[in-house]
Design a protein around this ligand. Structure first.
Ligand SMILES: Nc1ncnc2c1ncn2[C@@H]1O[C@H](COP(=O)(O)OP(=O)(O)O)[C@@H](O)[C@H]1O
Ligand SMILES: [Mg+2]
Length: 246
């Protein structure tokens, strides 16, 4: 569903992405882990089209989208959430989801001009709120939500365009253990035809939630495998877990 081939990116003299390749089949839960500064967010920015790679190709469902802008990639089925909060704080949960629907459909062109569109948007909004555990909070102001619920809403915004691939950048960052558990459960429960690529810097967290794991270190893939393979790998143990209390 998503394929990255040999991506390179340099900022000035600093090589931040060094030949990264990935292949994410339909429905897979794939985690990217690695220490701070490893180039995880940069990789997402390249995949989503916010940054242009110096080299390499990106394909969505077989189509080369390397030259596509983010909105065009989104229409091909790629959606992302951000590491930093991206919500419209003065609105309700419903307002935020409805705005995401307008954005997903392209401003202006057919902005709920028909009653049926408005109904479809409302139904979609309710369905997504349910998926991210916010069905009871649809009319709540976003600024009144707990931090964890705000982050759940961000995942909801990314689900509004009906993506085939969802990129989540540290969806559990800054969360309490309870909020983290809820978020990981929510990700587990997303539809099985949706591929999820998830950045997480705490590798223990993803061991029981990912089908595959890519370990990124200094812009390079240190290894890729099943959680079991990654956990058992000497090179990962030495380079990444070394010194870390288990
Ligand atoms: N726009 C940029 N210009 C220059 N350096 C950048 C830019 N964005 C990120 N970097 C650098 O690239 C490295 C990787 O950053 P990032 O992709 O955010 O890592 P991660 O998400 O794994 O913590 C860091 O050293 C960061 O300072
Ligand atoms: Mg990051």
């Amino acid at each position: 569903m998503l394929r990255a081939e040999n991506l390179f990116k340099t900022f000035g003299a600093f090589q931040v992405t060094k030949g990264v390749s990935l292949e994410i089949p339909t429905g897979l839960r794939h985690a990217i882990i690695g220490p701070n500064g490893a180039g995880k967010t940069t990789l997402f920015n390249i995949l989503a089209g916010e940054l242009k790679p110096d080299e390499g190709r990106i394909l969505i469902d077989g189509q080369d989208v390397t030259s596509f802008a983010p909105d065009r990639r989104a229409r091909r089925g790629l959606s992302r959430s951000f590491q930093k909060n991206n919500l419209f704080l003065s609105g309700t949960v419903r307002d935020n989801l409805m705005v995401a629907d307008i954005v997903a459909r392209g401003y202006g062109s057919h902005f709920w001009t028909r009653l049926s569109d408005n109904r479809r948007a409302r139904e979609k909004t309710s369905a997504v709120a349910e998926q991210v555990g916010l069905a009871e909070l649809l009319d709540r102001g976003v600024s009144e939500l707990s931090y964890g619920a705000q982050r759940q809403l961000e995942v909801g915004l990314a689900l509004m365009p009906d993506p085939k691939v969802l990129l989540l950048d540290e969806p559990t960052s800054g969360m309490s253990p309870e909020e983290t558990g809820r978020m990981l459960q929510l990700i587990d429960d997303l539809p099985r035809d949706l591929a999820v690529l998830l950045i997480e810097h705490d590798m223990d967290l993803v061991f029981s939630h990912a089908d595959r794991i890519t370990v990124l270190n200094y812009g390079e893939i240190l290894m890729e495998g099943t959680p079991q393979e990654v956990r058992g790998s000497d090179i990962v143990q030495e380079t990444y877990l070394g010194g870390k209390a288990q």
